[in-house]
Each structure stands twice: as C-alpha cells, then as structure tokens.
Design a protein around this ligand. Structure first.
Ligand SMILES: NC(=O)c1ccc[n+]([C@@H]2O[C@H](COP(=O)([O-])OP(=O)(O)OC[C@H]3O[C@@H](n4cnc5c(N)ncnc54)[C@H](O)[C@@H]3O)[C@@H](O)[C@H]2O)c1
Length: 246
C-alpha cells in the first residue's frame, strides 16, 4: 500500500485522482484549503493553503510520521481568474502565481526532503495545463504558471533522477467545478467544437493518467509532460481573437 498525498482533492480532478488511488488500495491524504464537496470516509482531509510553504511542509511531515514514508505526491491544487491583460490586478496575479506555481514548487520541495531521508525513492506529479503550451486569451498569469510547472518538472528530473521520478499531466478541457464556474453554455459548445474528441474530459480520465504515471509501468518515464486533451492541441487551428481594444 503506497502513501499518496493529493493537493486540491476536495473537488474536481484532485478528488477523482484521490479516489483512483484509494480504489487501488493506496492510503491517500487530501491537502486542500476547502473541505471536500462530499464526505470522503477513506481519504482524510487536512486544511492547508498550498501557497503557505511551512503549512504544506508541516502537513507532509505529519503524513510521513503517521505512515512511515511518502511514496507519491500529486501537486494539483490550482485556481484561475478570467481577466484580460488590461484588467489584471497585482493582487490577483500574485495569488494565481503563489497558488499554481509556487504552490507546486513548495509541495515538491517539501516532499523531496522527506523522500530523500528514506530510501530516497518517490514520484512527484503535478497538474499543469495545455494553457501552458500556447497563448490563450484572458488567462495570461494562469497560462504562465502552467508553463512554469512543466519547466519545474524537467529540472526536478535532472536533479533527482534516478531515484525520484517527476511528471506532470496537462489536461485540456475537463468538466469540473472550476470549468463550470468560468464557462457559459455558449463557451462550452464552442470549446467542444474545437476538440477533436468533441467533448470535455471527465475528471476520472485525468485521474487515470496520474495513476499510470505513478505506476511501475511508467518506471522509465521522468521529466515528462503528458498531454491529455482529446486532441485539442494537435492541430494548427488558431483561436480567432480580436485583441483587447476591438
Ligand atoms: N478543469 C479544467 O478544465 C482544467 C484544465 C487544465 C488544468 N486544470 C487544473 O487542474 C487542477 C484542478 O482543477 P479543477 O478543474 O479540478 O478545479 P476545482 O476548482 O474543481 O478544484 C481545485 C481544488 O483546489 C483547491 N484549492 C484551490 N486553491 C487552493 C490552495 N491555495 N490550497 C489548497 N487547495 C486549493 C480547491 O479548494 C479545490 O478543491 C488545477 O491546477 C487546474 O488549473 C483544470
């Protein structure tokens, strides 16, 4: 039985991922700033803001003390704020960077310190996004944090191989509360039309990718960004965008 920590597992992709590992018999802990959207009897929740490195480190140390080790960490917690470049405020941009990018870095650093003390083995995973692969209007800060996660993934692999593996999943459009809060029916229809698969992913399809990346079957894979997007980024279609002044 592995010990697995998932951040942001109270909802959406993190929740599906925590359930995927728990269903396989792993011991899973959820670090989230909010309580789970539904009761999760076998997945304990600790209230943690991932932007707070000491709180994350303390929570991971507690898991290590309780369980005698830490095998897999999925740094998934993230936020997005829809705003054009002319409307971004400093406070919003700082929060997006602190949660999405520094939150992953702090979680991985704290987890690495723990993994390095034991057998020096483990798997560090994170949720990036296809938004980090290309320009995407109204999410400049968010997109940059997701590109940053793919970069962290490569550098951690260089420093920590061969004992600790790293990987991130870059989902395309996933039907989660985050997406539902930001999109109108028209936006959903437009997005689905631009995805070869013709639909959003279910959170469980992203959870399966994390489960694979943590498995023995992925033992020769590190520093990798796994795009799970129903083909959204394989073509050359450009989003028509009139710019901020039109
Ligand atoms: N939904 C999509 O289409 C999509 C696509 C690509 C990437 N992602 C990424 O997937 C991840 C999960 O998003 P989701 O769609 O499941 O959203 P969600 O809002 O359903 O879940 C996000 C979870 O993270 C938690 N969280 C937010 N800020 C936190 C903080 N500071 N500390 C701890 N927990 C915090 C929330 O409470 C929530 O439980 C995010 O990193 C997001 O950027 C989502």
């Amino acid at each position: 039985m592995r010990t697995v920590v998932v951040t942001g597992a109270s909802s959406g992709i993190g929740l599906a991922t925590a359930r995927r590992f728990a269903a396989a018999g792993d011991h899973v802990v959820n670090l989230d700033v909010d309580k789970p959207v539904e009761p999760l009897p076998r997945i304990p929740w600790t209230e943690v803001d991932v932007a707070d490195w000491s709180a994350v480190a303390a929570a991971l140390e507690e898991v290590d003390r309780d369980r005698g080790g830490l095998d897999v960490v999925v740094a998934n917690a993230g936020i997005s704020i829809r705003h054009g470049v002319l409307d971004i405020t400093e406070a919003e941009a700082r929060r997006v960077c602190e949660v999405n990018l520094l939150g992953v870095l702090g979680t991985w650093v704290a987890a690495t310190r723990i993994m390095a003390r034991g057998e020096g083995r483990g798997v560090l995973l994170a949720t990036a996004s296809v938004n980090g692969l290309r320009g995407y209007p109204n999410y400049a800060d968010y997109n940059a944090t997701k590109a940053g996660i793919a970069s962290l993934c490569k550098t951690f692999a260089m420093e920590l191989s061969p004992r600790i593996r790293t990987a991130c999943v870059s989902p395309g459009a996933v039907m989660t509360p985050m997406q539902m809060a930001e999109y109108s029916d028209e936006m959903f229809a437009e997005t689905n039309a631009s995805i070869p698969a013709g639909r959003h992913a279910a959170p469980e399809e992203i959870a399966d990718a994390f489960f694979y990346l943590a498995s023995k079957e992925a033992s020769f894979l590190t520093g990798h960004e796994l795009v799970v997007d129903g083909g959204e980024t394989v073509g050359a279609t450009t989003t028509r965008w009139g710019g901020a002044w039109t």
